[in-house]
Design a protein around this ligand. Structure first.
Ligand SMILES: [Zn+2]
Length: 205
């Protein structure tokens, strides 16, 4: 899970009434622009990746769901708190849609917290496992978000295979170019390629 550096919240978010239902915020004519602005701000600060699985979500941008890290059902005071918001992919077998309202405050670790990234190791054969920093938290997140579901496993395995093949017998300058391309946001768009944590394991062993 890549660390997301929070940027400034859209001004309009602070003007939303605490008691306003989220569904109304998303659909009402008065607030819909603010919802779109918020979603776009999250998309940009996440460099176009899902907050949990690190897949590129540019193609799904209009459908991606704004995720409440601490669910609305758990804490109504944080519904419009920008620090509690992130953008997730919309796949049904993992991430936000799979997780639903599951939330254990003692085990959940936010992608905004740099510690979260250190909880995991990404293996070239596709699995994500606990790094040993905190097995309880790592295992909880892997299970709750289904980070080792079949589709993610397949995508990560294919990604690693392609990357390893493109590195084979290459000169150091080519490896440097691959590191820039796979580990850094694109200079023009600001977006990252999928699975930077896995790429990092392969490119910076
Ligand atoms: Zn995802």
């Amino acid at each position: 899970m890549r660390t997301i550096n929070k940027r400034q919240a859209p001004d309009c978010l602070a003007r939303q009434l605490a008691g306003q239902a989220w569904e109304s915020f998303v659909t009402n004519e008065d607030s819909r622009c603010c919802y779109e602005e918020t979603r776009q701000a999250l998309f940009e600060e996440q460099h176009g990746l899902c907050c949990y699985c690190e897949r590129e979500i540019a193609a799904e941008n209009k459908k991606n769901s704004v995720e409440h890290l601490e669910p609305r059902s758990s804490n109504k005071t944080r519904v419009y708190d920008y620090a509690n918001l992130a953008l997730s992919c919309t796949k049904s077998d993992h991430c936000n849609n799979y997780r639903g309202n599951e939330y254990d405050a003692g085990k959940f670790s936010s992608p905004h917290d740099p510690v979260t990234k250190s909880l995991f190791r990404y293996m070239p054969h596709g699995l994500v496992v606990s790094s040993g920093v905190d097995d309880d938290k790592a295992d909880y997140l892997i299970k709750t978000l289904q980070l080792n579901c079949a589709s993610l496993l397949h995508e990560r395995r294919s990604h690693a295979k392609r990357l390893i093949e493109s590195m084979h017998n290459q000169a150091p300058e080519v490896i440097d170019a691959l590191r820039k391309s796979y580990l850094c946001p694109d200079d023009k768009t600001g977006y990252c390629q999928s699975f930077p944590s896995l790429s990092q394991t392969i490119l910076l062993p």
